[in-house]
Every structure is written in C-alpha cells, then in structure tokens.
Design a protein around this ligand. Structure first.
Ligand code: HPA
Length: 272
C-alpha cells in the first residue's frame, strides 16, 4: 500500500529514512505517565521528536516526546515491529489539529496499519477507582470534528477494531489484570472539569474523560487503521471524591499502575 505523505511530515519522514529505521506495522501511543513502557522494547532505536524537522514536540510534563522503533519479546515470542510514541501533543497545546494528529499521520506514512492508543483519564463511572485500567469501547466528543479529522469523509461509526479489542481482553485474562470497560469523552482542556461538568458528562454516557485520543482516533480511522485503546483511570473526576485534583496525582497514579499497564500491553503486542 502506498500512502501519501502529508506536506508537514515530509522532512520528518526523510530524516527517519536517512536513519534507516525499520518499517513498523503497529503503533503504540503512550499517554500521560505511561511512558515507562518504552523500557520493554529491546534493541530499539530512539529518536527525539526535536530531531525530526517539522515534527511537533510536547510541552507537557510526563510526555517525553520520543519515538522508539523496535519490538517486545518474552524469549519465545516477539511482537511485530513497533513504533512507540512516548508522549503526544494535545490539542490544547497548540489548537492545531495537524500537530495533534502528527503521530498517527507519521505512523501511516511509515506503513503502520494497527494502532494501540492509551491515555490517562478522569473516572466518571462511580464503580471505577483510581488506578483502574479501562478498555475503551467507544468515544465521544463535545467538539466538532475538523477537516483533518474527517479527511476522506469516513464516518467514525465503528471506532475500535473487534480483533484488536479481543486481544486486549484476552491479554487481560491471561495476565490477571482487571480491565474495566467504558466510553471515553474528549474535552479540550487544559483545565480539569468542574463538578457540574463531570455530572453532565455522566448523564451523557461518558465513563471517563480526558484531553486526548479522539483526534488521533478520528484521523487513524480516516486513514484506515485498525484501532484499540486503554485508559488508565488516574483520578476520579472533579467532585466525585473530596480530594483536590492535580496533574501530579495523574502522573503519580500512572506511575504506580505502570507495571499492570505494561503487562497488559506487552501481552497484547505479543499476540499480534
Ligand atoms: N479530566 C480530564 N483529563 C484528565 C483527567 C481528568 O480528570 N485525568 C487525566 N486526564
């Protein structure tokens, strides 16, 4: 399959080719505080986002802005070649959809056809507790999609791929990692929601809320990628628990849950 390369990513792709990176077939985007998973990659080639001309760097703490090409293995099995994004650019950082979706567009330009996407999210479903992992079964957004997101006029009817999602569920069973399920809602941020907004989102059917993932998924689907995703419930949404919410809580919980998260994701990648 020949994929056309968006103008803004041409130089980045040339630079990667110059460095002879292997051709990945699966991309993994690591959300806030989940970047530790990158340690699992053996013989990886790591490239800093800053070294790729035209490619955006994240300004948020907990988002390293690195691309890692490599695979994971457990001695007997190996994953396909991966492109792991340690950190992402959120829409609220630049209000620029092209920068927000550069990860998936770059991945597609390099031949990636499957995407595992992760994030840290605030829990809205009251059966969740901080530290839970949630399989995203659907997404919603209160923002209108932009032209980049609806490129190809493809509707986001079925966001998540059945087979990839099944692999995540089976991996959770195998690794004895509890995996909740729910709908993720994207809000622009960067401020956290008010208690009234969290109540509103609950009424609308959201189980978790965050500031990423949906623009990337919309673009990935428009590019024909098969997608599955996991949220780490890093905190409960404002007003659900008495404690005050902070970015430090988000990254601390993510760090504490990173081992379970890594087992789940690694086991899933080994099945592909
Ligand atoms: N709200 C929005 N985004 C988030 C949250 C939250 O509570 N936690 C982590 N990302």
């Amino acid at each position: 399959m020949t994929v056309s390369i968006d103008h803004d990513l041409r130089e980045a792709v040339s630079e990667l080719r110059r460095r002879n990176v292997p051709s990945p077939s699966v991309a993994l985007i690591l959300g806030s505080g989940l970047g530790d998973f990158a340690k699992e990659i053996s013989n990886g080639i790591t490239i800093s986002a800053e070294d790729l001309p035209g490619y955006p760097s994240s300004t948020v703490q907990g988002h390293a802005g690195r691309l890692i090409f490599g695979s994971v293995s457990d001695g007997s099995r190996s994953s396909p070649l991966l492109l792991v994004f340690q950190g992402r650019v959120h829409f609220y950082e630049t209000a620029d959809v092209d920068r927000t979706t550069a990860t998936v567009r770059l991945a597609a330009a390099l031949g990636v056809t499957r995407l595992l996407i992760t994030n840290a999210a605030g829990g809205i479903n009251r059966s969740f507790v901080p530290g839970d992992l949630m399989l995203m079964t659907d997404v919603m957004s209160l923002l209108p999609p932009s032209s980049r997101m609806i490129a190809g006029k493809q509707k986001l009817l079925e966001v998540f791929d059945r087979d990839l999602t099944m692999h995540l569920k089976e991996s959770a069973r195998e690794e004895e990692v509890a995996l909740k399920e729910g709908t993720y809602c994207w809000l622009k941020g960067p401020s956290y929601e008010t208690a009234a907004e969290i109540r509103m989102l609950g009424i609308l059917g959201a189980d978790a809320v965050g500031m990423s993932t949906v623009p990337e998924l919309q673009t990935a689907r428009a590019l024909g990628m098969r997608c599955a995703g996991v949220s780490l419930i890093s905190n409960m949404g404002t007003g659900i628990l008495p404690s005050k919410l902070s970015h430090a809580e988000v990254t601390d919980t993510a760090n504490r849950s990173s081992e379970r998260f890594s087992h789940l994701i690694k086991s899933c990648l080994l099945r592909l």
